[in-house]
Every structure is written in C-alpha cells, then in structure tokens.
Design a protein around this ligand. Structure first.
Ligand code: FA5
Length: 341
C-alpha cells in the first residue's frame, strides 16, 4: 500500500534527521518541520482523504502512531541534549582550586574623620554638645557679625573664596558662633566641626580645604582661666600625653584678648624639622575671650555674660599625632598611606 510505504519513508527520514540535531535550536526546527501546522505529519492527513472508507481507520491509526513516536523521540532528545549542555557548562564553571585567592580589603574611617571624632568625643565628655553650621555661608556670619568691619584689613587674614558678593565658602568654623548664640540662651557650651576653605598656597602644613572644630562657652563669670584649663585638658587628652602648650598673644576681631596656641612638635621632640619649620612648635589653634560686640550680635548681654571660644585645626593634630610630614597626603586618596591608620 502506497500510504504505508510513505509512512515508512517518513519515519526513516525523521530518524535520520533526529541524529543530526546537535542543539536545542536545531531540535526546535525539527519539531516545526514534522509536527508544525504545515509540517510533514499534517501533510499526511490529506492522504486519508484518498483512502477507501475501509482503509481509513487503519491508516488513521498508523499516522497517529507515527505522530506519537515522533513527539516522544523529540522529547527524549531534548532532555538528552539539555543534560549534555548542562554538564558541559558545569565542567567549564568548576573552580580551579590551584588559583591564588582574592584579597579582601577592610574599609576604615579616614584618618581625618578618626581625629575629628576623637576630638568631639573629648569635648562632649567635658560637657560640650555638637552643632553644625553651613559650608556655604553669608558674608554676615563669616565676617560682619564677628566684628570684622566692612573695610577692616583683618578680612585679608583669611583669603576667601567668594561665590557672590555676599556669599562665600566659610573660611573658619567661627561662623557657627553667632548662629548658636542667636538660637539659644546661656549657658551655651557647644562644639562645631566643619570643613573650611581658604585661597592660600598649598604647603606641607596648609591646604585650601581643611577641618576645624570651634568650641564656644558662654555663661556668667566665664574666665580666661577657664579657657586655659579647657585647652590644656583637651589637647592633653587628644595627644594622650602631657604636652607642652605655648600661648602667643594674637589678634582676631571676634575675641579680646586673643591668642594662638602652639604645641611642642612631637615629630622632632622640639628640635626643629620640616613640619614645624625648624621652630620646635606647631600652631594648632586660635582662641580668646568672646568680644562684647560679638555677644551683642548674638543677642547676648555682655554686661551679664562672658565667654571663651577656640578654633582648632584637625589636620595639624593628625600630622603631629602620627608624625606625618605633609598635609597633602590626607587628600590624595593613596591607599598605601590611608591603610596605615
Ligand atoms: C581661625 O580660623 C579662627 N577662627 C580661630 C579662632 C576661633 C580664634 C575662636 C579665636 C576664637 P586661624 O586662621 O589661626 O584662626 O586657624 C585656626 C587653626 O586652623 C590654625 O591654628 C590651624 O591649625 C588651622 N588652619 C588654619 N589655616 C589652615 C590651612 N590653610 N590648612 C590647614 N590648617 C589650617
């Protein structure tokens, strides 16, 4: 019978094609070729119409058997190819235990953050609370309210990055003073950390961007003696050492009297080195008794209250504590340097 012959041919053709299918894509193409709507098996259905009614049940059965066989064979082959692909992939992904391990680096706080946090901790233990001020500041809070007259030459002491005529990058954390006084009543005991910006030459000890902390204490009967003892305790604790402190009279428009505070250079034990410019001392801080005009600008009566303030550099402390020769290391992001702390 012609139909039986045709079915036989188709079966052998399919088996041949099946052995050549190498991957899922080729198998899918085969599926469409044999079982698709316009596929080979669908084409056989037209032969049914040519059969006599007696032949039809038997031919229908043979076509169905072939269809089932083709479907099963395709499924089996699909599973087989899938397994083979998976094991190939796993083989490729296997770890090579002879390769050297990858080193994991531990993150850590930047040395300046560490120094800043330690400074704040010490002052908080002494009763100061932390308050922040803005980096972008008005000319009023940075200068005018701090008793720098408009044409006062003292404004040239701190070379300023102006943003507009009245807005600037703060040159010191003393901008915090008036903001704090305006917002609270004595007793005031705050410490304000922050980044400061000055248009200065960059050297081993000075940068255009550095950190300060500002301490402000205002109450009845605050004395110069209170300022000296606070500075002494603060720097002694910060350096975990009985340091030598040296006070030099100095001028800041917002304090009277004013002074600069030096500590003995621990890099060279006071003998003289590049860090201390051969002087044996390093300036770390400006300080003084709050000027009555500044108290007034902050809304505090200078007849009733007095206060002290000091503003210390954080980078200078870190340089000294770790005997580092150059402030520029702090901003260079060199891991070989940063990982030492
Ligand atoms: C001031 O900035 C005053 N506002 C300090 C002050 C506060 C005086 C309260 C009185 C009362 P001075 O410019 O000296 O002062 O800076 C204070 C400290 O900041 C310096 O001792 C130094 O440690 C640090 N410092 C100043 N300029 C730089 C700079 N360019 N780079 C790194 N540190 C600096």
């Amino acid at each position: 019978m012609d139909i039986e012959k045709r079915l036989h041919q188709l079966r052998s053709q399919f088996q041949k094609d099946l052995t050549t299918a190498q991957n899922a894509k080729e198998l899918e193409a085969l599926k469409v070729q044999y079982l698709g709507k316009k596929g080979e098996l669908q084409g056989l259905m037209s032969l049914l119409r040519e059969c006599t009614p007696d032949e039809r049940p038997m031919v229908g059965k043979l076509i169905n058997e072939l269809k089932n066989d083709v479907t099963e064979s395709l499924d089996r082959q699909e599973t087989k190819l899938g397994d083979a692909e998976l094991s190939e992939r796993l083989k490729a992904e296997i770890d090579d235990v002879t390769l050297p391990g990858r080193r994991r680096f531990m993150g850590r706080r930047h040395i300046i953050s560490q120094t800043l946090e330690e400074s704040l901790d010490i002052l908080m233990e002494m009763g100061f609370s932390v308050q922040y001020g803005p980096d972008i500041e008005s000319e009023y809070y940075n200068f005018e309210a701090l008793n720098f007259a408009k044409d006062h030459p003292a404004r040239d002491m701190q070379d300023t990055f102006f943003i507009t005529k009245d807005t600037l990058l703060r040159t010191h954390t003393s901008n915090i003073q008036i903001r704090v006084m305006e917002g609270s009543k004595p007793p005031i005991r705050v410490v304000g950390p922050g980044v400061c910006y000055r248009n200065e030459d960059i050297t081993a000890r000075s940068h255009v961007m550095f950190n300060q902390i500002e301490a402000l204490y205002v109450d009845k009967k605050v004395t110069f003696g209170d300022l000296l003892s606070t500075l002494e305790e603060f720097y002694t604790k910060l350096f975990k050492n009985k340091l030598k402190l040296r006070y030099r009279p100095s001028y800041f428009p917002f304090v009277e009297p004013g002074m600069e505070v030096d500590i003995s250079c621990i890099r060279c034990s006071g003998e003289g080195c590049v860090l201390c410019k051969q002087s044996g001392w390093l300036e770390v801080c400006g300080a003084g008794m709050v000027h009555p005009e500044v108290l007034k600008s902050g809304g505090i009566d200078p007849e009733e209250y007095t206060g002290f303030a000091f503003g210390g550099g954080i980078e200078r402390v870190a340089l000294l504590r770790h005997a580092i020769s150059d402030i520029r290391f702090f901003l260079e992001d060199d891991l070989r340097f940063l990982q030492q702390f």
